[in-house]
Design a protein around this ligand. Sequence first.
Ligand code: OKP
Ligand code: ZN
Length: 342
Amino acid sequence: MRTVYSPLHARHDGGMELHRGELVPCFEMPVRVEYILAAVLAAGLPIMAPRDFGLAPILRVHDADFIAFLQTAFAQWKAVGKDGFMLPSGFAARSMRQDHIPTGINGKLGYYAYDAGTPIVEGTWDAAFAGAQSALTAAALVAEGAPAAYALCRPPGHHAGYATYGGYCFLNNGAIAAQFLRDQGRARVAVLDVDYHHGNGTQDIFWERADVLTVSVHGTPESEYPFFRGYADERGAGAGLGFNHNFPLPRGTAWDQYRATLEEAIAAVRAFAPEALVVSLGVDTYENDPISAFKLKEAHYPLMGAAIAGLGLPTVFVQEGGYAVAEIGRNVAGVLTGFEGH
Ligand code: OKP
Ligand code: ZN
C-alpha cells in the first residue's frame, strides 16, 4: 500500500501543553513523523504527496464557523500583540453559555477547545489542512480501487469533533476520509479506532448517523483522556442508535485481553457489512508510551494488522497518536505489513 505524506506537518510545533497540572513540552512533536516515515520506507511502502481537495470535503464533517476560527485564530492572537503558542484558559463548561461565541481570542479559544493541552501556533492550520488532504488522498486511492492506503497525518484527528478541538487534534482526518468514501458512493463505511484514547471526535461527528459505524477500543475514560466520553453505554442517538460501539479497557491491559476485545470490535464492524473501512491508527497502546498505560509489545502490531485484514475490506489507515517516538515507526510499519501479509 502507498503512504501519503506532506512535509507541511512540521509547521505545527506546539511548544508547551498543560499536562496533569504542569506546563510541559508537547508530546505530539514533529519528529514523530520522521521515525514513522523512515520505518514505512524501510518496510517498502512507496511515499506520495497528497492531492489538493480543498475545503469542501472538510466542511462535510466540520462546522464552517469552527473552520474559520482555526484559519484565523493565530492572526487574531497576533493582532492583540501575542506570539508563540496559544492555549485556552477558560471553558464553556456546565452552566455556562453555549449560545454565544465571544469576539475576543481568549473567549473563542475556550469556546472551541475542551482542554489546555492542544496549543495552536502560526503553522497549525497549514499542517492540519495538509494532514486532511493526506487522509483524503488515501481515501481517494481506495475509492479508485486500491485495496489499502496509509495517510501519515500529523497533527492527529480523532479527538476533533464537529465544532470542537482538543487532544492534539484540529481536523478529524479519519472522519473526513470516511465521509469522502460515503460521498464516493460507498453505502456504509466503518471507522475502527485502535488509538489508546477514545475517538470522541469521530463519535461526535457520526453520533446520529446509521451509514457510518464508529467503533473504538481504548483506555477507560474513568482514568484516561478524554475522561468525559468513551464509556460503553454511549451507543449513538436517533437514526444512529446502535451504530457506535465503545470498548473501554483498564490500565495495564496486555495483548491477550486486548486481542480478545479487538476481535469483538472487529465482529461489530463485520456485522455492519461496510463497503470500506477507516482505521484510526494510534500506536500509543505500546508498553513504553509516555502518556498511556496498555502493555502491547512490538511483536503484537503485525498481529493487529493481520486481524484487521481478516475483515477483507478496502481500508484507509489514518495516523493518530503514539508518543514513544523512537519506537512508533516500527509499530506503525508492523500494523501495515501485518495487514498486507496476513
Ligand atoms: C491524543 B491521541 C493527560 C493529558 C493528555 C491529551 C492526550 C491526547 C492524546 N493529563 N493529553 O489520542 O493520541
Ligand atoms: Zn491517543
